[in-house]
Ligand binder design. Structure first.
Ligand SMILES: [Zn+2]
Length: 136
Protein backbone atom coordinates (compact mmCIF):
# COMPACT_ATOMS: atom_id res chain seq x y z
CA UNK A 1 0.00 0.00 0.00
CA UNK A 2 1.33 3.38 -0.98
CA UNK A 3 0.67 6.53 1.00
CA UNK A 4 -1.05 9.29 -0.94
CA UNK A 5 0.23 12.86 -0.96
CA UNK A 6 -2.56 13.88 1.42
CA UNK A 7 -1.70 11.16 3.91
CA UNK A 8 1.93 12.17 3.72
CA UNK A 9 1.07 15.80 4.40
CA UNK A 10 -1.13 14.82 7.30
CA UNK A 11 1.54 12.67 8.82
CA UNK A 12 4.10 15.45 8.37
CA UNK A 13 1.87 17.85 10.26
CA UNK A 14 1.22 15.29 12.97
CA UNK A 15 4.91 14.56 13.23
CA UNK A 16 5.85 18.21 13.53
CA UNK A 17 3.25 18.70 16.24
CA UNK A 18 4.19 15.59 18.25
CA UNK A 19 7.84 15.35 17.40
CA UNK A 20 9.14 15.09 20.97
CA UNK A 21 6.58 12.49 21.92
CA UNK A 22 7.22 10.36 18.86
CA UNK A 23 10.97 10.47 19.28
CA UNK A 24 10.64 9.54 22.94
CA UNK A 25 8.38 6.62 22.05
CA UNK A 26 10.86 5.41 19.47
CA UNK A 27 13.66 5.69 22.00
CA UNK A 28 11.71 3.77 24.64
CA UNK A 29 10.93 1.02 22.17
CA UNK A 30 14.55 0.84 21.09
CA UNK A 31 15.85 0.54 24.64
CA UNK A 32 13.26 -1.96 25.80
CA UNK A 33 13.95 -4.16 22.79
CA UNK A 34 17.67 -3.64 23.11
CA UNK A 35 17.78 -4.97 26.64
CA UNK A 36 15.74 -7.97 25.65
CA UNK A 37 17.94 -8.68 22.64
CA UNK A 38 21.16 -8.22 24.56
CA UNK A 39 19.94 -10.56 27.28
CA UNK A 40 19.13 -13.19 24.68
CA UNK A 41 22.44 -12.77 22.96
CA UNK A 42 24.30 -12.95 26.25
CA UNK A 43 22.48 -16.13 27.20
CA UNK A 44 23.39 -17.71 23.86
CA UNK A 45 26.99 -16.63 24.27
CA UNK A 46 27.25 -18.14 27.76
CA UNK A 47 25.86 -21.43 26.51
CA UNK A 48 28.03 -21.56 23.37
CA UNK A 49 31.17 -19.77 24.42
CA UNK A 50 33.68 -21.98 22.64
CA UNK A 51 31.73 -22.02 19.40
CA UNK A 52 31.26 -18.24 19.47
CA UNK A 53 34.92 -17.57 20.02
CA UNK A 54 35.92 -19.99 17.31
CA UNK A 55 33.44 -18.59 14.80
CA UNK A 56 34.51 -14.99 15.39
CA UNK A 57 38.15 -16.00 15.30
CA UNK A 58 37.81 -17.95 12.05
CA UNK A 59 35.74 -15.25 10.39
CA UNK A 60 38.06 -12.44 11.43
CA UNK A 61 41.12 -14.39 10.37
CA UNK A 62 39.61 -15.16 6.98
CA UNK A 63 38.59 -11.54 6.41
CA UNK A 64 41.99 -10.26 7.43
CA UNK A 65 43.72 -12.63 5.03
CA UNK A 66 41.38 -11.43 2.26
CA UNK A 67 42.15 -7.81 3.07
CA UNK A 68 45.86 -8.46 3.11
CA UNK A 69 45.75 -10.12 -0.28
CA UNK A 70 43.77 -7.16 -1.64
CA UNK A 71 46.41 -4.84 -0.24
CA UNK A 72 49.21 -6.65 -2.04
CA UNK A 73 50.38 -8.89 0.82
CA UNK A 74 53.49 -6.82 1.40
CA UNK A 75 54.58 -3.56 3.01
CA UNK A 76 53.54 -0.68 0.76
CA UNK A 77 56.49 1.44 1.95
CA UNK A 78 59.47 -0.87 1.69
CA UNK A 79 58.06 -4.02 0.08
CA UNK A 80 58.83 -6.34 2.99
CA UNK A 81 56.63 -9.41 2.52
CA UNK A 82 57.01 -11.60 5.60
CA UNK A 83 53.40 -11.86 6.81
CA UNK A 84 54.52 -12.27 10.42
CA UNK A 85 55.60 -8.62 10.50
CA UNK A 86 52.79 -7.08 8.49
CA UNK A 87 50.30 -4.77 10.16
CA UNK A 88 47.31 -2.72 9.11
CA UNK A 89 47.86 1.00 9.38
CA UNK A 90 44.83 3.28 9.66
CA UNK A 91 45.58 6.41 7.69
CA UNK A 92 43.10 8.65 9.52
CA UNK A 93 43.59 7.12 12.95
CA UNK A 94 40.15 5.56 13.33
CA UNK A 95 41.36 2.32 14.86
CA UNK A 96 39.89 3.04 18.28
CA UNK A 97 36.48 3.88 16.89
CA UNK A 98 36.37 0.76 14.78
CA UNK A 99 37.36 -1.43 17.70
CA UNK A 100 34.64 0.06 19.84
CA UNK A 101 31.96 -0.43 17.23
CA UNK A 102 33.35 -3.86 16.32
CA UNK A 103 33.35 -2.75 12.74
CA UNK A 104 36.99 -3.50 12.17
CA UNK A 105 36.61 -5.80 9.21
CA UNK A 106 33.86 -3.77 7.59
CA UNK A 107 35.80 -0.53 7.71
CA UNK A 108 39.04 -2.37 7.25
CA UNK A 109 37.72 -3.38 3.89
CA UNK A 110 37.66 0.23 2.78
CA UNK A 111 41.05 0.02 1.14
CA UNK A 112 41.33 3.80 0.83
CA UNK A 113 41.54 4.14 4.58
CA UNK A 114 44.06 1.49 5.47
CA UNK A 115 47.52 0.49 4.37
CA UNK A 116 49.41 -2.73 4.83
CA UNK A 117 52.81 -1.91 6.20
CA UNK A 118 55.48 -3.82 8.08
CA UNK A 119 56.01 -3.37 11.81
CA UNK A 120 59.12 -1.35 11.14
CA UNK A 121 57.44 1.21 8.90
CA UNK A 122 54.44 1.27 11.23
CA UNK A 123 56.63 2.25 14.17
CA UNK A 124 58.34 4.94 12.12
CA UNK A 125 54.98 6.26 10.94
CA UNK A 126 53.53 6.59 14.44
CA UNK A 127 56.71 7.87 16.01
CA UNK A 128 56.85 10.59 13.38
CA UNK A 129 53.28 11.58 14.10
CA UNK A 130 53.64 11.74 17.88
CA UNK A 131 56.79 13.77 17.48
CA UNK A 132 54.97 16.29 15.31
CA UNK A 133 52.12 16.49 17.83
CA UNK A 134 54.53 17.13 20.70
CA UNK A 135 56.03 20.07 18.85
CA UNK A 136 52.67 21.81 18.43
ZN1 LIG B 1 57.94 -1.56 5.54
Amino acid sequence: MKATERQKQRFKKYYQKNREKLLQRRKDLYYSRREYELAGRRQYFLENKEGCYKRVHDWTKKRIVEIWIDLGNKCCRCGYDNVVALEVHHKDGTKQKERRSRDYTKLGYDLNRIELICANCHKVEHYGKSKINRKD
